[in-house]
Design a protein around this ligand. Structure first.
Ligand code: CA
Length: 262
């Protein structure tokens, strides 16, 4: 499977700093989005440490029989440890933490690990699927049937995460494994995207961008800013194609499709 992809991070319209960080390594098929939190600039420090540790641990060639889930767990443990060490050493960084969603792609196989409320979405056959389940207070209420997904999206407590790197001695990531098909689009994002844009709007933008990852990323960030840009916005967009597949004709506008046409 041929993989094309890109990443984009934007401060948004309301926040003074960008506390998100990202990793895009197409050569080794390693991608991540981290959304830092903490007072002053500590959020940036935490997300930066996480991305640095993930890069060191994962951004290198793997053997075909590599234990990818094991590697993901070890890399997240290392990120967590480094953030905890830095917060112990530096009072300014006390209580800092970060979410992370990380994807490893090997031909048509992918593995996704996440901690916190940064998400992975899969767009396939005209439908959008949220692959990750937020480790957040409001999502717990959704699971218990006490809030609807729509209420959760607007709830003022929606930023409260129940798991993060840097806040626990043991990291408990969820790890998902899947097989990509031709035409799939995989999106990793920080909550600055999905709190501004609902799933249907994200799907519409992915289709409108005619399978061009750069354009998809730009359009998603622009739409989140147009919707208010209340938080930092980070996206990684990955497109899967068969080698030698002919890219769609036209400039995107002319090849725009509705979900039930594909
Ligand atoms: Ca955020």
């Amino acid at each position: 499977m041929k993989l094309a992809g890109t990443g984009l991070s934007d401060r948004g319209r309301m926040r003074p700093h960008n506390e998100d960080a990202l990793l895009v390594d197409l050569d080794n098929g390693v991608f991540a989005v981290a959304d830092g939190m903490g007072g002053h600039a500590a959020g940036e420090v935490a997300s930066g440490i996480a991305i640095e540790a993930l890069t060191e641990r994962l951004s290198h060639p793997r053997s075909p029989d590599a234990d990818v889930p094991g590697m993901l767990r070890a890399a997240l443990d290392e990120s967590n440890r480094r953030i905890a060490v830095r917060s112990d050493e530096n009072p300014e960084c006390r209580h800092m933490g970060t979410t992370v969603v990380v994807a490893v792609v090997d031909d048509d196989r992918y593995w996704i690990a996440h901690v916190g409320d940064s998400r992975a979405y899969l767009v396939r056959n005209g439908a959008i699927h949220q692959l990750t389940s937020d480790h957040s207070f409001v999502n717990e209420l959704v699971r218990l049937g006490m809030l609807s997904r729509e209420q959760a999206a607007r709830d003022p407590r929606r930023n409260v995460v129940t798991r993060a790197l840097g806040s626990a001695t043991v990291v408990a990531p969820d790890i998902i494994e899947g097989k990509a098909r031709e035409g799939d689009v995989l999106i990793l994002c920080s909550d600055g995207l999905n709190t501004m844009l609902g799933d249907e709007r994200i799907l519409e933008i992915v289709h409108g961008a005619a399978r061009d990852p750069e354009r998809t990323a730009t359009d998603l960030v622009e739409a989140a800013n147009t919707a208010g840009g209340e938080d930092n916005i980070t996206v990684v967009v990955l497109g899967f194609d068969e080698p030698g597949a002919v890219p769609p004709a036209g400039d995107g506008e002319s090849s725009r499709t509705t979900p039930n046409e594909t």
